[in-house]
Design a protein around this ligand. Structure first.
Ligand code: ADP
Ligand code: MG
Length: 318
């Protein structure tokens, strides 16, 4: 493709809500073998809401005070439900630094930025962010909020009565979030998320291009199955914490021209690791550094547009 053809494609992309950060993207899109999708916030809208909550009201409120420091879509759903104002400093407290540093899964927390927050909320005296939830001290109580796996990893007890709620949530494509205090689970919240419209068609179009499709998620196998069972999806990597996503892309993408599509909340390292990173959604500021392009329309269908523009750049010669 000539420089002029590339410039034309970049302009057309922009008109359709696709911001191209790296002009070589169109050339690199020519021989794509594999597209890896993040699940939450990418294949799903990430516009999550609390559907149901059973348990101790005080814990829910304390949990919400902690979630106010996280920018995860689940955190937003929980703070909305309890009418807690999010904090300004929350972008700094995500489980993964945008440079791909730090993190957790089984216990090594990332420090939140408490200083900037102390005056707005005196009830929270410590805060920790994990790949699968958040924790800290609220009203002098040790509080934990997150995936059942976080409770297992931290050795907190969870009543067996919660199991059926957890399973039902997964079966219905929802996310069970457990809250607890001082070593014990005291409540369970079911958070709903919805598939992004047309996600399956996007996958089918990639298959039609003979491109392999993989899903990479921090959620478990069961939660990922709604998407994984779709015929066009070739591989599912479930239970992968944010810091391990880049490594999965590196290993599985070895020898393949790989595109990673992520929502940017905590996908920056994986976006950077792939041969081509495409960030999706309006909240992609964090991932912009790591991505080669950003789809700001929130429309997954734009991925097909990106491929079409690459072809157009090639044919627009002389
Ligand atoms: P994905 O990889 O699909 O984008 P994430 O890695 O962001 O998903 O999250 C995986 C799981 O970790 C969530 O489904 C949830 O169970 C848990 N989790 C992550 N962050 C939070 C949080 N702030 N509060 C509660 N649960 C969380
Ligand atoms: Mg995500």
């Amino acid at each position: 493709a000539t420089p002029l053809a590339i410039a034309t494609s970049i302009r057309e992309a922009l008109e359709r809500g696709i911001v191209v950060f790296d002009e070589t993207i169109f050339e690199r899109l020519r021989d794509v073998d594999l597209v890896v999708f993040d699940k939450t916030g990418t294949l799903t809208t990430g516009d999550m809401e609390v559907l149901d909550a059973t348990g101790d009201k005080k814990t829910f409120e304390r949990a919400a005070l902690l979630e106010a420091r996280s920018s995860h879509p689940i955190a937003t759903a929980i703070t909305d439900a309890y009418d807690i104002q999010p904090t300004d400093s929350k972008a700094n407290t995500d489980a993964v630094a945008s440079d791909g540093g730090v993190v957790d899964q089984s216990g090594d927390a990332v420090e939140g930025s408490l200083e900037s927050k102390a005056d707005t909320d005196s009830r929270v005296s410590s805060f920790e962010s994990y790949a699968t939830g958040v924790g800290g001290t609220v009203d002098g109580q040790t509080v934990l909020v997150g995936n059942p796996s976080l409770f297992a990893a931290q050795d907190w007890s969870v009543p067996s009565a919660y199991e059926s709620t957890v399973e039902r949530a997964h079966d219905e494509g929802n996310v069970p979030v457990i809250v607890g205090e001082n070593g014990e689970a005291t409540g369970i919240v079911v958070v709903g998320d919805n598939p992004r419209e047309g996600w399956d068609e996007t996958v089918d179009r990639l298959s039609a291009r003979d491109i392999e499709v993989a899903i990479l998620t921090g959620d478990n196998e069961r939660a990922a199955s709604t998407y994984g069972e779709h015929s066009g999806v070739d591989h599912v990597f479930a239970g992968v914490p944010p810091e391990a996503k880049a490594e999965t892309v590196r290993q599985f993408g070895a020898g393949k021209q790989t595109v990673m599509v992520g929502d940017g909340t905590n996908d920056a390292p994986a976006l950077a690791q792939a041969d081509l990173g495409i960030a999706l959604g309006s909240g992609t500021a964090l991932a912009a550094d790591a991505a080669d392009a950003a789809i700001v329309t929130d429309d997954l269908d734009s991925l097909e547009t990106v491929f079409e523009l690459a072809t157009a750049a090639d044919s627009r010669v002389k």
